[in-house]
Design a protein around this ligand. Structure first.
Ligand code: G1P
Length: 354
């Protein structure tokens, strides 16, 4: 089976960070979201993977993944350009896919237990497509499923105002090449996109077999700042082990904290779960739970908790930073200003509070 990772889209809900890079490269626990996606595919034995690139800095994606060999994969890049929708992106993969079954995985979706169990179900079945569903509180921002009395999937609607159920479509689609025939007949939706939801509906209407599985464990679509912070917390909570490779001087490091090589913690307190990237500096500061500090970032005379700080950022004299997403090489100078700050700051930005 082959894999397709969608790495395009405009990322409007993640501005300003998505102005300087694709949203799927924003790291959680210091690793790009789409890397978890690729690793999930590879761990299921899917190593022949196409990455669909959008128009937002596609070269950064190529730079990170290269030919895929570092990740145990063989990567083919396909350029989508404008964000014309998931179905449009999938339509570009016809040649890559050939006549095999394949899986499409949105590069900003994270699943607690990965796709392994569902993949097996699909491989063994004769279904023409299989979708993953998850019960959510507010399904209106997703594609939503409707079932008949027997629990058979009868309808899929994209972002309905009145959802027919609470089962949202997860951004993982198990497909067969028949989907390409549907995609060719699609018209753009009200939001001007070619919707995979509509293509799947055509399959249902055409009498094809569209199966589903309900996802066990958490699922996150990391489309907004709060989702990134939450994903970061969940991944740190579940996957980070205590390991201290860097230097700790006159400091306390409590709990599950991963300190990378060359990182320095001086006269500070760090409470896990947290990760401190290569060569970063934490001086005279407090790093609280659920925080990721990127490579080479510097936290000085500050306190940071439940936040994602990207590589090369500087945070200085900030009394309390919480629930924040701070871009690469950004600078935040707090000048000891009292109170809690919650920031969403783009790459290379400078914020001086005085
Ligand atoms: C897309 C799909 C939607 C699905 C969601 C999952 O939404 O169109 O059906 O529920 O991904 O992440 P979008 O991210 O384009 O709003």
């Amino acid at each position: 089976m082959k894999g397709v990772i969608l790495h395009g889209g405009a990322g409007t809900r993640l501005r300003p960070l998505s102005y300087s890079g694709p949203k799927q490269l924003i790291p959680v626990a210091n690793k790009p979201v789409s890397q978890y996606v690729l690793e999930d595919l590879v761990s299921c034995g899917i190593t022949d993977v196409a990455i669909i690139l959008g128009e937002t800095f596609p070269e950064l994606v190529r730079e990170h993944y290269g030919d895929g060999s570092k990740f145990g994969a063989k990567i083919t890049y396909i350029y989508q350009g404008k964000p014309l929708g998931i179905a449009h992106a999938v339509g570009l993969c016809e040649e890559f896919v050939g006549d095999e079954k394949f899986v499409v995985y949105l590069g900003d979706n994270l699943l607690q237990h990965g796709i392994g169990p569902y993949l097996k179900k699909f491989q063994e079945s004769d279904a023409d497509a299989m979708v993953l569903l998850k019960e959510v509180e507010d399904p209106r921002r997703f594609g939503v499923a409707q079932f008949d009395e027997q629990g058979k999937l009868v309808k899929l609607v994209e972002k309905p105002r009145e959802p027919p159920s609470n089962y949202a479509l997860v951004g993982v689609y198990f497909l067969t090449p028949v989907i390409f025939d549907m995609i060719k007949r699609l018209k753009p939706s009200w939001r001007g996109e070619y919707e995979i939801t509509d293509a799947l509906q055509m399959l249902i209407d055409g009498g094809y077999k569209v199966d589903y599985a309900i996802v066990d464990g958490w699922w996150l679509d990391t489309g907004k700042k709060d989702d990134i912070l939450y994903a970061n917390a969940l991944i740190l909570d579940e996957r980070i082990k205590r390991r201290i490779k860097g230097e700790v001087k006159d400091s306390r490091v409590e709990g599950r904290v991963y300190v990378e090589e060359g990182a320095r913690i001086v006269s500070s307190k760090v409470r896990g779960p947290a990760i401190l990237g290569k060569g970063c500096l934490v001086e005279n500061s407090y790093i609280g739970p659920y925080t990721s500090i990127g490579d080479g970032a510097r936290i000085i005379n500050s306190s940071v908790e439940y936040s994602v700080i990207l590589g090369g950022a500087t945070i200085k004299n900030v009394i309390r930073l919480e629930e924040s997403l701070v871009g690469k090489n950004a600078t935040i100078i707090g000048e000891g200003k009292k109170g809690v700050m919650r920031l969403h700051v783009g790459d290379y930005s400078v914020v001086e509070l005085g």
